[in-house]
Design a protein around this ligand. Structure first.
Ligand code: PGA
Length: 250
């Protein structure tokens, strides 16, 4: 089955390192994206344009790690969704746990970003996930519901349906991100079945697809791919080494 693999480099590569990774592994990355899978690289803002130029007219896509909730104006330090479109980004991550905790991004902002991205022809990758406490208390669905329901309501009310874009919801338990810990398969199967039903019930006009993120490695990806509702992966640490990333995709 076709999957989307997003290499989320976070702030772990400098500008030079991102460009070096892209040029060193140029041919191999294109080869990975030439079969039925889609490969997207998510460097930090300053490396977006050079990477778009490097991979112009190739199957390798470029993904932004965030965008402004605003369309334009007096917002020092922010980047408008329209600019990301002009630069040539295909995807943009929003609502990542590191945005919610580090940048205090709230549900309202995530919904606004999602709508503006769709309006600017960029596929949103909207992250949700429970924290360790909710997971341990078996309150995962409750926690996800609190994040997802208001988001999907706001998006349903405000967005024009862009049927050619298939936005993504990425399930990333915050306790799994960068920890090497992945939830057991029965938990993941339960969550992805529930998410599929929820998304359809709350927002059936938009063809959402589901991703998984959180400590994906070559060792665990085989099992994760068996969950057929998972249509791709957000890969942090394991995407910083080309050979490891390649093993995950293959
Ligand atoms: P990780 O990061 O693979 O290092 O856990 C995933 C993410 O934050 O998207």
């Amino acid at each position: 089955m076709e999957h989307l693999y997003i290499a989320n480099w976070k702030m772990k590569f400098t500008f030079n390192e991102a460009v070096e990774f892209a040029t060193t592994h140029y041919k191999q990355l294109i080869q990975l994206g030439e079969n039925k899978n889609t490969i997207a690289l998510a460097p930090s803002f300053e490396a977006l344009y050079p990477l778009v130029e490097i991979f112009k007219e190739t199957p390798v896509k470029i993904c932004a790690q965030n965008c402004s909730r605003h369309l334009g104006g007096s917002f020092t330090g922010q980047v408008a969704p329209e600019s990301l479109h002009q630069v040539g980004c295909s995807y943009c991550i929003i609502g990542h746990n590191e945005h919610r905790t580090e940048l205090q991004e709230d549900i309202q902002a995530i919904a606004q970003k999602c709508i503006h991205l769709l309006d600017n022809d960029i596929t949103p990758v909207m992250c949700i996930g429970e924290n360790r406490e909710s997971y341990e208390q078996k309150r995962t669905l409750e926690a996800l519901s609190e994040q997802l329901e208001p988001l999907l309501h706001m998006i349903r009310e405000r967005t024009v349906v862009h049927s050619y874009l298939t936005p993504y919801i990425a399930y990333e338990p915050s306790w799994s991100i960068g920890t090497g810990q992945v939830a057991p398969m029965d938990h993941l199967e339960m969550v992805f079945s529930w998410l599929t039903e929820q998304v359809h019930a709350l927002n059936h006009d938009i063809p959402w697809k589901l991703l998984y993120g959180g400590s994906v490695t070559p060792e665990n990806v085989g099992d994760l791919k068996k969950i057929d509702k998972i249509r791709g992966f957000l890969i942090g640490k394991a995407s910083l080494n080309f050979q490891t990333f390649e093993k995950i995709v293959q």
